[in-house]
Design a protein around this ligand. Sequence first.
Ligand SMILES: NC(=O)c1ccc[n+]([C@@H]2O[C@H](COP(=O)([O-])OP(=O)(O)OC[C@H]3O[C@@H](n4cnc5c(N)ncnc54)[C@H](O)[C@@H]3O)[C@@H](O)[C@H]2O)c1
Ligand SMILES: [Zn+2]
Length: 362
Amino acid sequence: MKTVKVRLGKRSYPIYIGKGATEKLFSHITSRIDNRPIFVVTNRKINTLHGRKLKKFLRPLTRRIRFYEVPDSEKAKSFSVYTKAISVLAHFARKIRPLVIAFGGGVVGDLAGFLASTYRRGVPYINIPTTLLAQVDSSIGGKVAIDIKGAKNIIGNFYQPSAVACDFRFLKTLPEKELRNGLVETLKYGIIKDVRLFSFIDKNLKKILSLDHASLEYIVYAASSIKARIVGRDEFDNKDLRVILNFGHTIGHAIEAASGYSRSVAHGRAVAYGMLAASLIALRMGILKKEDNDKINALIRKVLSPKIKGVRPKAILSALLYDKKFVRGVNKFILPKKIGRVKIVENIPQKLIEEVLREGVR
Ligand SMILES: NC(=O)c1ccc[n+]([C@@H]2O[C@H](COP(=O)([O-])OP(=O)(O)OC[C@H]3O[C@@H](n4cnc5c(N)ncnc54)[C@H](O)[C@@H]3O)[C@@H](O)[C@H]2O)c1
Ligand SMILES: [Zn+2]
């Protein structure tokens, strides 16, 4: 088992990764639970598959446990699900401040974290992510949020968990499609910061997809170390450091928005497309060498096909103009300089973006 520390002074916390991660997490927090009521936010699928395993850990800690199931999919990050959950929580833990546990993918994590951050102006929470995406990305860094129609993550907070456990036992039931989605984000860390992680994924893709323990431990440790380091230096995303985590997401988010957040356009696919497009822009601006662009291209396509159906370049372009990174019309992209290094580039000619969207990524 490995541990990564997110260093944020009083708000520092450990991420336990690999065999025994859940055991370690509970031994770390046992004294702090002290018979508090525990409110586990999850969904029916995850609860059915893995709820019993988690319950075994919780029983010795407290007499009051509630597994609260929210709808599957992004629908759970809604105001109506949030208000219902908070009233159940208020009823469940009226007198004593509860511990909230997020037990699921990024959707459950974002909602549960937001719930914990707002209930009684903040109660402790821990995160046990059950998708690869949540293990390498959404469970770390304290961004918690829900959506409104047409605008993702628009109601939110920065609220750090007390601990995170990335336990690969839970990944065994994850559909391969979801695993590949998470791998796209893992690859993102390789391209922005870690050429060795990039090569590792390239060489060990089969092993990773078959959930080989050592390979998972390598990639989750490498990826979460990068995110932890960046978050440690830019907790509130206001120093232009955390922004590099958006590599591939500028165009990726525009694609999702242009599709009306259709379920047929998966986040991973949109980001895969966005990373290819950003690399192509970098190539055409003379920032990235052809050899590196070819490598990025080949590996992304091995992980996930970036083919987007039913979204026109024009719609992507107009969605881009609404992006929060486009401050007062000045666009801002994260572009690779080489594998393992990116730079922030502003004011990329709209014509070039258009060109890349129209004929670049196929
Ligand atoms: N807070 C952040 O910093 C951050 C970062 C990235 C993404 N996100 C958010 O994360 C969300 C996406 O997360 P996700 O990709 O984990 O999607 P998800 O939470 O929707 O999970 C994907 C699917 O896998 C299922 N699932 C989860 N664990 C499983 C398991 N162990 N076995 C079988 N099925 C399982 C889920 O029920 C769901 O159907 C988005 O809402 C996004 O906005 C947040
Ligand atoms: Zn993402």
